[in-house]
Design a protein around this ligand. Structure first.
Ligand code: ADP
Ligand code: 5GP
Length: 199
């Protein structure tokens, strides 16, 4: 069976990654979303095991020592990591898997899975980014400053990705990602095994 597509999405905080991913899976239920582990505290409305696995630092370090993460990084002073088994099992079973992770983690994934599809989400402007982070209303002023302060440096890393999607209009941005997925599925390198079995 052909392996599923590993779709990795990154971008600065507030660009709209979470919003786009949520919309994407509403209409593409075949995409499996990896739930990350984190040591940050849950925000209002976030559910353990759904948005993240919210872990104490000790537990995170224990999983790390047992090599249970595909990648991990320290982002805005907290640990975040992708549990290995879920991703590997789903890819093996031919399912597409979506990772919404930071740049450092994405580059670790690129080393291990060069065949992954790496998409960077950009805000339409820095002004709009600021107003989205503030408007989301989920962080303290200190956390907002930390996130906004890292955004320009993060955006410079876009060159390491395969695709850049500007999230100005949400539906268009989602459509762009669907188009990327469709085009990636048609790549000869992915389809070749299947073609050989048919002809
Ligand atoms: P990220 O996951 O990249 O940190 P979010 O998905 O949390 O960003 O989005 C940040 C804020 O911007 C949220 O309040 C969200 O509703 C809003 N937002 C996302 N996409 C758009 C868009 N295309 N137009 C306007 N607001 C948006
Ligand atoms: P937030 O705290 O806003 O949910 O996420 C903060 C940052 O951590 C975002 O850039 C998000 O993409 C990243 N992130 C979420 N999960 C993971 C993960 O498993 N690994 C890595 N490396 N980054 C993650």
């Amino acid at each position: 069976m052909a392996s599923g597509l590993l779709l990795v999405i990154s971008g600065p905080s507030g660009a709209g990654k979470g919003t786009i991913c949520k919309k994407l899976i509403e209409t593409n239920p075949q995409i499996k979303v990896s739930v990350s582990a984190t040591t940050r505290k849950a925000r209002d409305g976030e559910i353990d095991g759904v948005n993240y696995f919210f872990l104490e630092k000790e537990k995170f370090k224990d999983m790390l020592s047992k090599d249970e993460f595909l990648e991990y990084a320290t982002v805005y002073d907290n640990y975040y990591g992708t549990p290995k088994n879920y991703v590997l099992e789903n890819l093996k079973n031919g399912n597409d898997v979506l990772l919404e992770i930071d740049i450092e983690g994405a580059l670790q994934i690129k080393e291990k899975f060069p065949q992954g599809v790496f998409v960077f989400i950009l805000p339409p402007s820095m002004e709009e980014l600021k107003s989205r982070i503030v408007g989301r209303g989920t962080e303290t002023k200190e956390d907002i400053d930390k996130r906004f302060g890292s955004a320009l440096e993060e955006i410079k890393q876009v060159i390491k990705y395969d695709y850049a999607v500007v999230n100005d209009e949400l539906t268009r941005a989602k459509n762009d990602i669907e188009a990327i997925i469709r085009a990636e599925r048609c790549k000869v390198i992915r389809a070749y095994e299947d073609i050989q079995t048919r002809f």
